[in-house]
Design a protein around this ligand. Sequence first.
Ligand code: NAG
Ligand code: NAG
Ligand code: NAG
Ligand code: NAG
Ligand code: NAG
Ligand code: NAG
Ligand code: NAG
Ligand code: NAG
Ligand code: NAG
Ligand code: NAG
Ligand code: NAG
Ligand code: NAG
Ligand code: CU
Length: 589
Amino acid sequence: MGPSNIFPPSASLKYSMVVLAILFAAVLVFPEQALAKNAGITRNYKFNIKMQNVTRLCQTKSIVTVNGQFPGPRIIAREGDHLLIKVVNHVKYNMTIHWHGIRQLRSGWADGPAYITQCPIQTGHSYVYNFTVTGQRGTLFWHAHISWLRATVYGPIVILPKKHVPYPFPQPHKEVPIIFGEWWKTDTEKLISQALQTGGAPNVSDAYTINGLPGPSYNCSAKDTFKLKVKPGKTYLLRMINAALNDELFFSIANHTLTVVETDAVYVKPFKTKVVLITPGQTTNVLLKVKSKAPNANFLIAARPYATGPAAFDNTTTGGILEYEQPASSASKNRTRKLTLLKPALPRFNDTNFATKFSNQIRSLATAKFPVNVPKKVDRRFFFTVGLGLNPCPKNQTCQGPNNTMLAASINNVSFVQPNVSLLQSHFFNKSKGVYTTDFPANPPFKFNYTGTPPKNLMVNSGTKVVSLPFNCRVEVVMQDTSIIAAESHPLHLHGFNFFVVGQGFGNFDPNKDPAKFNLVDPAERNTVGVPSGGWVAIRFLADNPGVWFMHCHLEVHTSWGLKMAWLVMDGKGPKQKLQPPPSDLPKC
Ligand SMILES: *[C@@H]1O[C@H](CO)[C@@H](O)[C@H](O)[C@H]1NC(C)=O
Ligand SMILES: *[C@@H]1O[C@H](CO)[C@@H](O)[C@H](O)[C@H]1NC(C)=O
Ligand SMILES: *[C@@H]1O[C@H](CO)[C@@H](O)[C@H](O)[C@H]1NC(C)=O
Ligand SMILES: *[C@@H]1O[C@H](CO)[C@@H](O)[C@H](O)[C@H]1NC(C)=O
Ligand SMILES: *[C@@H]1O[C@H](CO)[C@@H](O)[C@H](O)[C@H]1NC(C)=O
Ligand SMILES: *[C@@H]1O[C@H](CO)[C@@H](O)[C@H](O)[C@H]1NC(C)=O
Ligand SMILES: *[C@@H]1O[C@H](CO)[C@@H](O)[C@H](O)[C@H]1NC(C)=O
Ligand SMILES: *[C@@H]1O[C@H](CO)[C@@H](O)[C@H](O)[C@H]1NC(C)=O
Ligand SMILES: *[C@@H]1O[C@H](CO)[C@@H](O)[C@H](O)[C@H]1NC(C)=O
Ligand SMILES: *[C@@H]1O[C@H](CO)[C@@H](O)[C@H](O)[C@H]1NC(C)=O
Ligand SMILES: *[C@@H]1O[C@H](CO)[C@@H](O)[C@H](O)[C@H]1NC(C)=O
Ligand SMILES: *[C@@H]1O[C@H](CO)[C@@H](O)[C@H](O)[C@H]1NC(C)=O
Ligand SMILES: [Cu+2]
């Protein structure tokens, strides 16, 4: 029996996150069947995809939700558990759900990106996502993986360590998810479909949210503010998730220091910081040790963007409030007194220096219990340019991209064209002809000064191309930002694997000098990494998971423009090295 059956649906959406935060402590004493020490249990969840009216920023809007909740329900499991999540689609949109960061060992059919590993779940249909959480513990999240529906369809995944296995840091008093989102007053499905027709950039969002709530900096939103009530002297584990569509975020709590202990469900060497940078697709666990005595103040919890491109961005700030439980005596005496609200200092919107320093601090634990399995040798090397580009305007139309073009984005100048059947099915049933080709280029079509003056012709090529890899191939990918249209940070997300961030730098990657500086000792292990604006990042992974694995920018607007590709990992020879056949309820196109 899964937690979904135990946690009652919360009556009030507005308070649901607060309620969940309180219930969260109960998870740690959650009754489980007595089973062999390492055998996981099966947890069942039901996700009814349905419309729900939600009011934010003084406007009521009908949004797509899971079970009417916004943000959606929390998935809780322990390392080793099996998950069966039945998704039933009651809305007019096609739907898929992605379990972001879950490795999906040999269970690629449950990964979720539309037309990559499955056809969408159509209106009135359902699909059971069936997978096991193997070798992972920490915070991840789930979200819709079709069009822009993840704007409102997202929620946390909390993976606790196996029973009786402690964290490699002090046990927190409480654990609290902090999930960032992005809110538009307008219908986001209309927004992106119009933008893709006109070729222009879609309008930026109207607000950011913390656990679905914009907070006091927005018009008529003071009542929609996330509150974190703390007991003096205690330590809290904040499970932070950036589920925003298009914006990397700086996060800080006034007058408090945070200790980063985990990123993308991998423990890291703890380090202290006032500010956290979190890109869309990343998750970060931090310990918050609060002051030992309740101060006479409240503290703003704030997040606002890190933005590097020239494009317009939502430059607003979302806020929550950290409140101390006051001692009973003072509370009664001072009940009516309004505490001052202290505000944190956040880096400037374009503070790339901070971004670089922050990401360099993230290091794997590299202990006997949590070793770093970074490939020391490499079988296949790839050099990928990532960035924007243009498509010509169709005849008879005027377009809103620069000089009457359409904005596009690409990897190695290939702008990915979404097929109309799923790549994984086409691969499994040997029906790739006319769906995809395996000639995705290992290098850009021509060399230029990637971060200098762009070439004259900015037009992209288009195609549905993948890279085919043998099982257990050791892969290195250098991702190089380009200044085409403009240099910009791109958070690249890889499905099906964690990778190791072995190096990064500014300007053009130098294949002769830079590899000597790679960190093969304690590199960060994660599923999403920011390609530095005007720079490069080098990652390595072991292709030990057969299937078709999407890799894309987690800024949804760039994905929509084609900044995506897929890796096709072949079966290995061993019996446990093969992709399983598809489940019988796999949706059809
Ligand atoms: C949302 O509000 C509209 C207009 O008031 C109403 O017609 C509709 O039934 C509501 N939808 C839901 C799911 O409550
Ligand atoms: C889930 O997948 C496992 C492994 O493939 C399989 O044994 C099991 O029967 C599946 N469960 C359901 C309910 O489909
Ligand atoms: C985008 O914003 C402009 C200016 O605020 C507005 O006129 C337009 O209607 C918006 N477009 C959409 C699709 O919401
Ligand atoms: C703020 O909301 C009020 C309604 O509560 C509205 O009258 C006012 O125009 C709004 N202001 C802005 C700047 O949107
Ligand atoms: C907040 O921090 C400032 C600067 O460090 C300090 O002067 C002030 O006393 C702090 N206030 C509280 C209530 O902790
Ligand atoms: C946000 O952007 C708007 C429009 O570009 C600008 O007027 C405003 O000053 C900016 N606000 C902040 C806090 O930078
Ligand atoms: C109660 O409020 C008064 C006046 O603001 C302040 O001087 C006093 O320190 C407060 N007492 C406590 C226990 O915080
Ligand atoms: C950041 O923005 C400020 C003002 O908006 C500008 O003066 C500065 O040059 C920018 N810094 C970088 C590194 O782009
Ligand atoms: C393009 O415009 C011409 C003349 O206005 C018209 O005859 C033709 O049908 C249009 N073609 C398309 C594809 O809209
Ligand atoms: C648009 O055209 C102008 C004039 O030909 C040129 O200077 C500019 O670089 C072009 N912009 C883009 C993004 O191609
Ligand atoms: C590339 O362009 C940058 C920025 O204009 C410049 O500083 C750098 O020297 C150029 N590199 C090469 C190899 O030309
Ligand atoms: C939903 O998915 C099916 C199968 O791929 C497709 O035929 C249909 O056009 C899609 N509907 C919408 C509204 O996108
Ligand atoms: Cu991007």
